[in-house]
Structures are given as C-alpha cells and as structure tokens.
Design a protein around this ligand. Sequence first.
Ligand code: G
Ligand code: MN
Length: 299
Amino acid sequence: MRKAEAKSSGRDQKRHYRQALGIESADRLALEGDALTALQRGELVLHYQPVLDAVSRRIRGVEALLRWQHPQRGLLDPHRFLWLIEGAGLVHTVDLWVLETACRERMTWQEAGSRDLGLAVNVSAPLLQRPDAVSTIASVLGTTGLPPGLLELEITETLAVEDAAQTLKVLRGLKKLGIRLSIDDFGTGYSSLAYLMQFPLDVLKVDRSFIQALTTDRDGAQIASAVIGLAHSLDLAVVAEGVEEIRQWEIVREQGCDRVQGYLFSPPLAADACHELVSRREPREGQGGAEPSGEAAEH
Ligand code: G
Ligand code: MN
C-alpha cells in the first residue's frame, strides 16, 4: 500500500472508531479542546460502586470508577474520552490522579463502621510498567494514610500478558507492600488461568458478559461454574461483576461466588452518595447490627 493510502486508511479507521463510539467530528473537536483542562478544572470525578458479600449482601468494598462531569454533556463514561487522554499523553497523570483521589476520599470515610471497607482501583499499563511503579504507589499510600490491605488494584488480562517479566516484578513488589491484586474482566482476553497464575493474584472478577450469559445462554451456568471452581481451586476470591437480575445473583451465589457487584445492588454513585449508603448499611459500632436493609435490590 502506498504511504498516502496507508495514512488515509489509518484516518478512516480512527473515524470509524469515533463514529462507533457515537462521537461526531464537530463534537470530537469540542471535546478535544476540553480534555486538556478537564483535570485542572476539576471536571474529572470518581464514582464508587459497592461490592457486596454474595450471601449476606454486606458491603465489603467499593470500586472507584472514573467519570468526566462535562459542563454541557453531563456525566461521561471513560470509553467516551479515554482516547482523548491517551492522545494528550495524560494517561499516567490521570491514573495517578485516580489512585490518589480514591485513596484520599476513601480515608475520609474512615469512621467506625467502614474501617475495613475495601477500595478497588483500576490500573493501566503506563502506571504499572514504570520502573518506579512500586515506590510511586507506596508513596500514595504514605501520603493518604490508606492501610495497604484495604487497597485492591485491578489489572486486566491484556495488561498482565504485555511485558510479563516487568509486570511480574512490579506485582511482586506491590504484594510485599500488602496490596491485594485482582484480575479484572476475566474471560475477555486470550490468556489462560494457568498462565495468569504466575502472577501473585488474590481476586478474580468474572466479566459481566459471563454473568449476562447465565440467563441468556444454554451453557452459561456451566461455564460460570467452571470458572468459579477453577479460581477457587487456585485460592482466588471470586467477584461476579455486572449482576443485573435476581436470577443471576441466585446462580452465582449457589455456585459459591464470594462477592457480587452490579446494577441489581447499586449503580456507581457519587462519592457523597456512596459514603452515605455505606454508613447507612454499616452503622457505627454500638448502634446495633449491620443487617442489609433490603434497599439495594430495589434498584
Ligand atoms: O472494566 P470494569 O469492570 O472496571 O468496568 C466497570 C464498568 O462497568 C463501569 O463503568 C460501570 O459503570 C459498569 N457497570 C457496573 N455495573 C454494571 C452492571 O450491572 N451492568 C453493566 N452493563 N455495566 C455495569
Ligand atoms: Mn474494574
């Protein structure tokens, strides 16, 4: 292919990609101008989605999720703007901002009832593959005061497979700090669980497509059951993500899944709303038990 053609087909691909995301080109320009200053203007925010015990529905932790509170467009999901952050070379900056902000906000919820509430944060390749990744993350824990045992870093299969030797070194360093590691969106990549087991993992999050398949596919339940069984035999805790229906919850619970997360229980919430939910569900010591109040399943 000639150079000019290659260039134009690359452009076409990018255009298709943007169109697939529903972003028109006039829109794109407007968003692009905004992306660079969104962080400084404080428009990037974190929402938090509760992760519950699969049986008791007690809130065990929260997952921090990045959102762009855009002045005109409202709340945007990362898939609408991550490519802008990548294009602006801000991935590492934003990743660090997410980690620091999540740890700091989580520490402001540190009253009696939520002392052992876990915090899951998604991390990407540029943050983990730097030679100074372990000391950078250690210093975030130091400045925010978050106990390392409460932090769970979520990595994707693809990330674990890229530059495996460097990733393994960093993950071992993070384990030494006492941080928990989880494999996110499990089942969407190409790696086998046996391959992943060279990484010092604690948690496996079954991708939501498997959870959806529980109620739509004939073999859905067997596949999920095999994944959960295998993960348990490797001593990993299992989280079912994207649980939207009671039936899906019942199945994963019967299959021995440890934790659940999804719209059935709670959507991702703004920090204040999530903090309120957590304190309402987990009363301070001395104010009675922490029975699930039942409001979660009404969503
Ligand atoms: O890749 P990861 O699993 O971290 O993605 C989390 C995303 O999934 C968040 O953006 C969140 O809004 C979304 N999400 C959370 N719960 C549900 C759910 O029950 N159904 C669907 N479709 N998406 C969900
Ligand atoms: Mn995640």
